[in-house]
Design a protein around this ligand. Sequence first.
Ligand code: ATP
Ligand code: MG
Length: 390
Amino acid sequence: MKEIILVKNGELALKGLNRSSFEDVLIKNMKKHMRDLGSFTFTKSQSTIMIEAQNEDIDLDDAVDRLSKVFGIAALSRACVCEKDFEDIKRTACEYLAEELEDAKTFKVEAKRSDKKFPMKSPEISRELGGYILSQFNHLRVDVHNPDIIVTVEVRDQYAFVRGNNIKGAGGMPTGTSGRAAVLISGGIDSPVAAYMMAKRGVELCAVHFASPPYTSELAELKVMELLKRVAKYSGTITTYVVPFTKLQEAIRDNCPEEYFTIIMRRIMMMISERIAKHQNCSALITGESVGQVASQTIYALGCTDCAVTMPVFRPCIGMDKEEIIKISRKIDTFETSIQPYEDCCTVFTPKHPKTRPRLDDVLKAEAGIENLEELIDEATENARFKLIN
Ligand code: ATP
Ligand code: MG
Protein backbone atom coordinates (compact mmCIF):
# COMPACT_ATOMS: atom_id res chain seq x y z
CA MET A 1 0.00 0.00 0.00
CA LYS A 2 1.37 3.37 -0.98
CA GLU A 3 0.80 6.08 1.58
CA ILE A 4 0.99 9.82 1.05
CA ILE A 5 0.41 12.89 3.21
CA LEU A 6 -2.13 15.51 2.24
CA VAL A 7 -1.85 19.03 3.56
CA LYS A 8 -4.64 21.59 3.55
CA ASN A 9 -3.64 25.23 3.52
CA GLY A 10 -5.09 27.49 6.16
CA GLU A 11 -5.61 31.19 5.66
CA LEU A 12 -3.50 30.96 2.54
CA ALA A 13 -6.64 30.32 0.57
CA LEU A 14 -7.73 33.88 1.33
CA LYS A 15 -4.69 35.50 -0.17
CA GLY A 16 -5.88 35.75 -3.75
CA LEU A 17 -3.08 36.37 -6.21
CA ASN A 18 -0.42 35.89 -3.56
CA ARG A 19 -1.58 32.39 -2.94
CA SER A 20 0.91 30.65 -5.12
CA SER A 21 3.91 32.41 -3.60
CA PHE A 22 2.53 31.78 -0.10
CA GLU A 23 2.26 28.12 -0.99
CA ASP A 24 5.83 28.11 -2.20
CA VAL A 25 6.98 29.50 1.15
CA LEU A 26 4.90 26.87 2.93
CA ILE A 27 6.51 24.10 0.88
CA LYS A 28 9.98 25.50 1.58
CA ASN A 29 9.17 25.51 5.31
CA MET A 30 7.82 21.96 5.23
CA LYS A 31 11.01 20.82 3.49
CA LYS A 32 13.13 22.49 6.16
CA HIS A 33 11.17 20.88 8.98
CA MET A 34 11.57 17.43 7.42
CA ARG A 35 15.01 17.70 5.86
CA ASP A 36 16.65 15.15 8.13
CA LEU A 37 13.92 12.54 7.56
CA GLY A 38 14.70 11.84 3.91
CA SER A 39 13.56 13.27 0.61
CA PHE A 40 9.98 14.01 -0.35
CA THR A 41 8.18 15.38 -3.38
CA PHE A 42 5.58 18.09 -3.01
CA THR A 43 2.76 18.59 -5.51
CA LYS A 44 0.32 21.49 -5.38
CA SER A 45 -3.22 20.97 -6.49
CA GLN A 46 -6.16 23.21 -5.61
CA SER A 47 -5.86 24.00 -1.90
CA THR A 48 -4.12 20.71 -1.16
CA ILE A 49 -0.44 19.90 -1.20
CA MET A 50 0.41 16.26 -1.71
CA ILE A 51 3.58 14.92 -0.13
CA GLU A 52 5.21 11.68 -1.21
CA ALA A 53 8.17 10.04 0.49
CA GLN A 54 10.90 9.13 -1.98
CA ASN A 55 11.75 5.85 -0.35
CA GLU A 56 9.87 3.32 1.66
CA ASP A 57 11.70 3.37 4.96
CA ILE A 58 10.86 7.00 5.67
CA ASP A 59 8.93 7.23 8.95
CA LEU A 60 5.62 8.90 8.07
CA ASP A 61 4.57 9.16 11.73
CA ASP A 62 7.56 11.36 12.32
CA ALA A 63 6.84 13.34 9.15
CA VAL A 64 3.25 13.98 10.25
CA ASP A 65 4.42 15.01 13.71
CA ARG A 66 6.83 17.55 12.18
CA LEU A 67 4.21 18.85 9.78
CA SER A 68 1.68 19.32 12.56
CA LYS A 69 3.98 22.09 13.85
CA VAL A 70 4.35 23.95 10.55
CA PHE A 71 2.37 27.19 10.45
CA GLY A 72 0.09 27.78 7.49
CA ILE A 73 -1.38 24.27 7.58
CA ALA A 74 -5.04 24.04 8.60
CA ALA A 75 -5.30 20.26 8.50
CA LEU A 76 -3.35 17.26 7.32
CA SER A 77 -3.98 13.61 6.81
CA ARG A 78 -2.39 10.42 5.67
CA ALA A 79 -3.99 8.79 2.68
CA CYS A 80 -3.62 5.52 0.83
CA VAL A 81 -3.26 5.63 -2.94
CA CYS A 82 -5.18 3.07 -4.99
CA GLU A 83 -6.29 2.27 -8.53
CA LYS A 84 -9.16 4.21 -10.06
CA ASP A 85 -11.24 1.11 -9.78
CA PHE A 86 -14.18 0.82 -7.40
CA GLU A 87 -13.25 -2.72 -6.29
CA ASP A 88 -9.79 -1.51 -5.38
CA ILE A 89 -11.22 1.56 -3.61
CA LYS A 90 -13.51 -0.65 -1.49
CA ARG A 91 -10.75 -3.06 -0.57
CA THR A 92 -8.30 -0.27 0.21
CA ALA A 93 -10.79 1.60 2.41
CA CYS A 94 -11.54 -1.44 4.56
CA GLU A 95 -7.91 -2.57 4.86
CA TYR A 96 -6.23 0.78 5.25
CA LEU A 97 -8.75 2.17 7.74
CA ALA A 98 -9.46 -1.16 9.50
CA GLU A 99 -8.18 -0.09 12.90
CA GLU A 100 -9.99 3.26 12.91
CA LEU A 101 -13.20 1.66 11.68
CA GLU A 102 -12.96 -0.99 14.42
CA ASP A 103 -12.61 1.73 17.07
CA ALA A 104 -15.39 3.94 15.71
CA LYS A 105 -19.10 3.59 16.47
CA THR A 106 -20.33 5.81 13.65
CA PHE A 107 -19.04 6.84 10.24
CA LYS A 108 -19.91 8.49 6.97
CA VAL A 109 -18.35 8.45 3.51
CA GLU A 110 -17.51 11.60 1.57
CA ALA A 111 -16.55 11.23 -2.06
CA LYS A 112 -14.97 13.75 -4.41
CA ARG A 113 -14.59 13.05 -8.06
CA SER A 114 -12.33 15.49 -9.87
CA ASP A 115 -11.96 13.04 -12.77
CA LYS A 116 -15.38 13.39 -14.36
CA LYS A 117 -14.66 10.40 -16.60
CA PHE A 118 -14.86 8.06 -13.64
CA PRO A 119 -18.08 6.07 -14.23
CA MET A 120 -19.62 6.58 -10.77
CA LYS A 121 -20.76 9.99 -9.51
CA SER A 122 -19.79 11.16 -6.03
CA PRO A 123 -23.13 10.37 -4.28
CA GLU A 124 -23.06 6.91 -5.79
CA ILE A 125 -19.50 6.28 -4.59
CA SER A 126 -20.50 7.40 -1.08
CA ARG A 127 -23.59 5.22 -1.03
CA GLU A 128 -21.95 2.09 -2.42
CA LEU A 129 -18.82 2.36 -0.32
CA GLY A 130 -20.90 3.12 2.80
CA GLY A 131 -22.93 -0.04 2.19
CA TYR A 132 -19.80 -2.10 1.70
CA ILE A 133 -18.18 -0.79 4.89
CA LEU A 134 -21.37 -1.60 6.84
CA SER A 135 -21.27 -5.14 5.49
CA GLN A 136 -17.64 -5.56 6.65
CA PHE A 137 -17.90 -3.86 10.05
CA ASN A 138 -21.16 -4.98 11.61
CA HIS A 139 -20.90 -2.78 14.69
CA LEU A 140 -20.86 0.48 12.70
CA ARG A 141 -23.74 2.88 12.14
CA VAL A 142 -23.96 5.73 9.65
CA ASP A 143 -24.15 9.20 11.17
CA VAL A 144 -24.03 12.00 8.61
CA HIS A 145 -24.00 14.82 11.19
CA ASN A 146 -21.41 13.91 13.77
CA PRO A 147 -19.60 10.71 12.78
CA ASP A 148 -16.59 9.34 14.69
CA ILE A 149 -14.81 8.85 11.39
CA ILE A 150 -15.27 10.35 7.96
CA VAL A 151 -13.99 8.09 5.21
CA THR A 152 -12.98 10.32 2.32
CA VAL A 153 -12.45 9.03 -1.20
CA GLU A 154 -11.01 11.26 -3.89
CA VAL A 155 -10.89 10.18 -7.51
CA ARG A 156 -8.31 12.25 -9.33
CA ASP A 157 -6.89 12.18 -12.84
CA GLN A 158 -4.09 9.68 -12.27
CA TYR A 159 -5.25 7.66 -9.26
CA ALA A 160 -7.67 7.57 -6.35
CA PHE A 161 -7.01 7.80 -2.66
CA VAL A 162 -8.74 6.96 0.57
CA ARG A 163 -8.28 8.61 3.93
CA GLY A 164 -9.72 8.79 7.42
CA ASN A 165 -10.04 11.75 9.76
CA ASN A 166 -7.93 14.88 9.39
CA ILE A 167 -5.36 15.86 11.96
CA LYS A 168 -5.55 19.49 13.03
CA GLY A 169 -2.67 21.58 11.71
CA ALA A 170 -0.81 24.36 13.53
CA GLY A 171 -2.88 27.03 11.74
CA GLY A 172 -1.58 30.56 11.22
CA MET A 173 0.53 31.74 8.30
CA PRO A 174 3.74 30.28 6.86
CA THR A 175 6.80 31.54 8.69
CA GLY A 176 8.54 34.20 6.64
CA THR A 177 5.43 35.60 4.97
CA SER A 178 5.08 38.43 7.53
CA GLY A 179 8.64 39.74 7.78
CA ARG A 180 11.13 39.41 10.63
CA ALA A 181 11.03 40.46 14.28
CA ALA A 182 13.35 40.08 17.25
CA VAL A 183 11.99 38.56 20.44
CA LEU A 184 13.44 39.52 23.82
CA ILE A 185 13.66 36.10 25.34
CA SER A 186 14.04 35.39 29.06
CA GLY A 187 13.91 32.04 30.77
CA GLY A 188 10.34 32.69 31.89
CA ILE A 189 6.99 31.37 30.77
CA ASP A 190 5.76 34.38 28.80
CA SER A 191 8.41 35.26 26.25
CA PRO A 192 8.57 31.81 24.56
CA VAL A 193 4.78 31.97 24.24
CA ALA A 194 5.01 35.48 22.76
CA ALA A 195 7.62 34.22 20.28
CA TYR A 196 5.41 31.30 19.29
CA MET A 197 2.37 33.54 18.81
CA MET A 198 4.18 35.92 16.48
CA ALA A 199 5.76 33.05 14.55
CA LYS A 200 2.26 31.68 14.12
CA ARG A 201 1.34 34.87 12.28
CA GLY A 202 4.09 34.20 9.77
CA VAL A 203 6.85 36.27 11.41
CA GLU A 204 10.39 34.94 11.12
CA LEU A 205 12.18 35.12 14.47
CA CYS A 206 15.45 36.43 15.77
CA ALA A 207 16.06 36.31 19.52
CA VAL A 208 17.96 38.48 21.97
CA HIS A 209 18.83 37.25 25.44
CA PHE A 210 20.55 39.28 28.16
CA ALA A 211 22.88 37.41 30.46
CA SER A 212 24.59 38.86 33.52
CA PRO A 213 27.29 36.47 34.66
CA PRO A 214 28.23 35.80 37.41
CA TYR A 215 24.81 36.94 38.71
CA THR A 216 23.17 34.64 36.18
CA SER A 217 24.60 31.18 35.55
CA GLU A 218 25.54 29.29 32.43
CA LEU A 219 22.69 26.91 33.19
CA ALA A 220 20.23 29.80 32.98
CA GLU A 221 21.51 30.53 29.49
CA LEU A 222 21.28 26.86 28.49
CA LYS A 223 17.69 26.88 29.67
CA VAL A 224 16.91 29.80 27.37
CA MET A 225 18.54 27.98 24.44
CA GLU A 226 16.43 24.91 25.24
CA LEU A 227 13.30 27.10 25.20
CA LEU A 228 14.27 28.56 21.84
CA LYS A 229 14.88 25.08 20.48
CA ARG A 230 11.33 24.16 21.40
CA VAL A 231 9.94 27.31 19.78
CA ALA A 232 12.09 26.61 16.70
CA LYS A 233 10.19 23.35 16.17
CA TYR A 234 7.38 25.65 15.07
CA SER A 235 9.16 28.76 13.82
CA GLY A 236 12.16 27.19 12.11
CA THR A 237 15.71 28.44 12.71
CA ILE A 238 16.06 31.30 15.21
CA THR A 239 19.08 33.58 14.88
CA THR A 240 20.02 34.34 18.47
CA TYR A 241 22.22 36.89 20.22
CA VAL A 242 23.32 36.60 23.83
CA VAL A 243 24.19 40.05 25.14
CA PRO A 244 26.65 40.49 28.04
CA PHE A 245 24.61 42.67 30.39
CA THR A 246 26.60 42.64 33.64
CA LYS A 247 28.38 45.99 33.24
CA LEU A 248 25.15 47.74 32.33
CA GLN A 249 23.30 46.30 35.29
CA GLU A 250 26.11 47.33 37.60
CA ALA A 251 26.10 50.79 36.07
CA ILE A 252 22.38 51.07 36.74
CA ARG A 253 22.86 49.88 40.32
CA ASP A 254 25.70 52.33 40.93
CA ASN A 255 24.21 55.40 39.25
CA CYS A 256 20.42 55.34 39.37
CA PRO A 257 17.82 55.61 42.14
CA GLU A 258 16.74 52.15 43.19
CA GLU A 259 13.03 52.55 42.39
CA TYR A 260 13.96 53.04 38.71
CA PHE A 261 16.33 50.05 38.38
CA THR A 262 13.92 47.77 36.57
CA ILE A 263 12.36 50.29 34.23
CA ILE A 264 15.78 51.60 33.16
CA MET A 265 17.04 48.08 32.68
CA ARG A 266 14.03 47.30 30.47
CA ARG A 267 14.62 50.45 28.42
CA ILE A 268 18.26 49.55 27.87
CA MET A 269 17.28 46.02 26.87
CA MET A 270 14.97 47.54 24.28
CA MET A 271 17.67 49.90 22.94
CA ILE A 272 20.20 47.09 22.49
CA SER A 273 17.58 44.76 21.03
CA GLU A 274 16.55 47.43 18.52
CA ARG A 275 20.14 47.76 17.31
CA ILE A 276 20.50 44.01 16.90
CA ALA A 277 17.08 43.85 15.27
CA LYS A 278 18.04 46.50 12.69
CA HIS A 279 21.27 44.66 11.97
CA GLN A 280 19.21 41.50 11.45
CA ASN A 281 16.72 43.18 9.11
CA CYS A 282 13.93 42.95 11.64
CA SER A 283 11.05 45.43 11.60
CA ALA A 284 9.71 44.95 15.12
CA LEU A 285 10.49 43.79 18.65
CA ILE A 286 8.51 41.18 20.60
CA THR A 287 8.23 40.82 24.37
CA GLY A 288 6.27 38.56 26.72
CA GLU A 289 4.85 41.46 28.73
CA SER A 290 1.29 41.42 30.03
CA VAL A 291 -0.44 44.43 31.56
CA GLY A 292 -0.20 44.58 35.32
CA GLN A 293 1.74 41.34 35.76
CA VAL A 294 4.62 43.04 37.61
CA ALA A 295 5.60 46.63 38.44
CA SER A 296 7.50 47.07 35.18
CA GLN A 297 4.38 46.09 33.23
CA THR A 298 1.88 48.72 34.34
CA ILE A 299 0.68 50.75 31.38
CA TYR A 300 2.75 53.69 32.71
CA ALA A 301 5.92 51.59 32.86
CA LEU A 302 5.24 50.07 29.44
CA GLY A 303 4.83 53.59 28.07
CA CYS A 304 8.28 54.55 29.37
CA THR A 305 9.75 51.34 27.92
CA ASP A 306 8.21 51.97 24.49
CA CYS A 307 9.76 55.44 24.32
CA ALA A 308 13.24 53.92 24.37
CA VAL A 309 12.85 52.69 20.78
CA THR A 310 11.25 53.72 17.51
CA MET A 311 10.49 50.22 16.26
CA PRO A 312 7.01 48.86 16.95
CA VAL A 313 6.94 46.58 19.98
CA PHE A 314 4.60 43.60 19.76
CA ARG A 315 3.33 42.10 23.01
CA PRO A 316 1.02 39.25 22.07
CA CYS A 317 0.48 38.27 25.75
CA ILE A 318 -0.55 41.80 26.70
CA GLY A 319 -4.18 41.03 27.53
CA MET A 320 -3.75 37.49 28.74
CA ASP A 321 -3.95 36.07 32.27
CA LYS A 322 -1.08 33.94 33.49
CA GLU A 323 -3.33 30.88 33.27
CA GLU A 324 -4.01 31.54 29.59
CA ILE A 325 -0.31 31.99 28.88
CA ILE A 326 0.51 28.79 30.76
CA LYS A 327 -2.04 26.88 28.71
CA ILE A 328 -0.22 27.82 25.51
CA SER A 329 3.19 27.11 27.04
CA ARG A 330 2.02 23.60 27.90
CA LYS A 331 0.71 23.12 24.39
CA ILE A 332 4.03 24.11 22.82
CA ASP A 333 5.95 22.15 25.44
CA THR A 334 7.96 25.02 26.93
CA PHE A 335 6.28 25.10 30.35
CA GLU A 336 8.35 22.43 32.10
CA THR A 337 11.57 24.07 30.95
CA SER A 338 10.38 27.58 31.86
CA ILE A 339 9.63 26.66 35.47
CA GLN A 340 13.14 25.36 36.15
CA PRO A 341 14.44 27.72 38.81
CA TYR A 342 17.37 29.71 37.42
CA GLU A 343 18.12 33.38 37.93
CA ASP A 344 17.23 35.78 35.15
CA CYS A 345 18.95 39.16 34.92
CA CYS A 346 15.55 40.67 35.73
CA THR A 347 15.79 39.19 39.21
CA VAL A 348 19.24 40.68 39.84
CA PHE A 349 19.24 43.94 41.83
CA THR A 350 15.44 44.11 41.95
CA PRO A 351 14.23 47.21 43.80
CA LYS A 352 12.19 46.72 46.99
CA HIS A 353 9.74 49.41 45.96
CA PRO A 354 9.72 49.80 42.17
CA LYS A 355 7.82 52.77 40.72
CA THR A 356 4.53 51.53 39.33
CA ARG A 357 3.57 54.95 37.94
CA PRO A 358 6.88 56.19 36.55
CA ARG A 359 6.87 59.49 34.64
CA LEU A 360 9.04 59.56 31.55
CA ASP A 361 10.78 62.82 32.61
CA ASP A 362 11.84 61.29 35.90
CA VAL A 363 12.96 58.07 34.22
CA LEU A 364 15.08 59.98 31.71
CA LYS A 365 16.61 62.04 34.51
CA ALA A 366 17.41 58.88 36.46
CA GLU A 367 18.85 57.22 33.36
CA ALA A 368 21.09 60.23 32.68
CA GLY A 369 22.92 59.28 35.87
CA ILE A 370 24.82 56.74 33.78
CA GLU A 371 27.27 59.05 32.06
CA ASN A 372 28.81 56.54 29.69
CA LEU A 373 25.54 54.83 28.78
CA GLU A 374 26.04 55.09 24.99
CA GLU A 375 29.50 53.54 25.25
CA LEU A 376 28.29 50.71 27.44
CA ILE A 377 25.43 50.02 25.05
CA ASP A 378 27.83 49.97 22.08
CA GLU A 379 30.16 47.64 23.90
CA ALA A 380 27.41 45.22 24.94
CA THR A 381 25.94 45.18 21.42
CA GLU A 382 29.32 44.55 19.82
CA ASN A 383 30.14 41.74 22.23
CA ALA A 384 26.86 39.90 21.77
CA ARG A 385 27.47 36.23 21.02
CA PHE A 386 25.77 34.79 17.96
CA LYS A 387 24.07 31.37 17.88
CA LEU A 388 21.82 29.59 15.41
CA ILE A 389 19.06 27.68 17.12
CA ASN A 390 17.36 24.91 15.16
P1 ATP B 1 8.83 35.93 31.13
O1 ATP B 1 8.05 34.76 31.59
O2 ATP B 1 8.81 36.10 29.68
O3 ATP B 1 10.22 35.96 31.69
P2 ATP B 1 8.11 37.76 33.16
O4 ATP B 1 6.76 37.74 33.65
O5 ATP B 1 9.17 37.09 33.94
O6 ATP B 1 8.09 37.19 31.67
P3 ATP B 1 9.79 40.09 33.10
O7 ATP B 1 10.87 39.29 33.72
O8 ATP B 1 9.40 41.36 33.68
O9 ATP B 1 8.46 39.26 32.88
O10 ATP B 1 10.16 40.37 31.61
C1 ATP B 1 9.26 40.91 30.72
C2 ATP B 1 9.76 40.66 29.32
O11 ATP B 1 11.06 41.22 29.16
C3 ATP B 1 9.95 39.20 29.00
O12 ATP B 1 8.75 38.61 28.56
C4 ATP B 1 10.98 39.25 27.91
O13 ATP B 1 10.40 39.59 26.67
C5 ATP B 1 11.86 40.39 28.36
N1 ATP B 1 13.00 39.90 29.16
C6 ATP B 1 13.07 39.73 30.48
N2 ATP B 1 14.28 39.24 30.85
C7 ATP B 1 15.00 39.12 29.73
C8 ATP B 1 16.32 38.67 29.40
N3 ATP B 1 17.14 38.24 30.33
N4 ATP B 1 16.71 38.69 28.11
C9 ATP B 1 15.87 39.11 27.14
N5 ATP B 1 14.63 39.54 27.37
C10 ATP B 1 14.18 39.54 28.64
MG1 MG C 1 11.18 36.93 33.17
